[in-house]
Write a protein that binds this ligand. Sequence first.
Ligand code: G3I
Length: 319
Amino acid sequence: MGVAVRPQDFKGEEAKLILSQFNSITAENVMKMGPIHPIENKFYWKDADEIVDFAQKNKLKVRGHALCWHAQTPRWLYVDQEGKTVSKDVLLKRLENHIDSVVTRYKGKIYAYDVVNEAIDDGQNTYRKSKLYEIAGEDFIAKSFEYAHKADPKAVLFYNDYNTEIPAKREKIYTMLKSLLAKGVPIHGVGLQAHWSINSPTREELEKSIEMFSSLGLQIQFTELDVSVYAGRQGGQLSNGSRKIEEAVFTPEMEQQQLEKYQMIFEVFRKYKKNITGVTFWNLSDKYSWLDGRGRKNYPLLFDKELKPKKAYNAVINF
Ligand code: G3I
């Protein structure tokens, strides 16, 4: 059972909560390429080291997140000194250098990686039309796994994505994984992010995803679990796109609906426990969640703003 953390979570009450409830941690942001590798020949290791050191000291596992992602990448990755877009060869060399540097530094300390994150399109296309795809085509995906495997052959390597319970996207991810496996690409698991809400996914959608991905012989981890208290996929973003956080009330109805959703989710997790090797929550408590940055306060986790267990927590642990 894991949780996504920030270095500032290692002080006081937060640290106690992490240590009493979880045995695995993931960096919410500080191991991504932008923060860790802001300039081509310069790595900023301090924050990521802090996460790994905390885990080592307290005997926690670490999931590495994320080696290759279209978001939070530094600008230098894609351009030469004149600002022109680089060739596929140059991009892949840079990617290799990045992946090799991170995986080598934490060899034996990080047991699993989200190697490629969110490469599949939510709309009509198969692959997301990212800068990575524009320059390197789909090859950047297989290559990233090869680079990671070469740097640490023991690390468990995941493809990680969201909306994996929506049939069209699930199908595209399944097809891509099947073809990567057929080509012998070193991929060992699929990360289903699990940014869910009080009304999605349904039990059927969730079970279908677990069964389909398991049928490929891959291990499954739920890598970014939270249950937004607003209806809609991916946390139900406000339509005005405002970043200003409006305090919203955690109503008894929300509390009940969220509790029922968490209950269902964990029933399914237990049913498929042979296929699932990890569950990671995306943030620690309702005091801070990435979903707050989507316009209004959210309450997506099992611990409240005072870090106390919510009713949903009891529903999850008592079965
Ligand atoms: O670091 C800067 C800081 O210097 C600046 O003062 C501040 C002002 O806004 O921004 C800070 O960067 C923010 C960063 O989080 C660290 O707090 C970025 O603006 C913000 O966009 C970034 O958001 C993160 C997001 O990924 C980036 O897309 C969220 O915290 C993080 O929870 C979220 O995590 C992703 C997973 O990696 C992949 N799956 C989806 C998930 C949720 O979007």
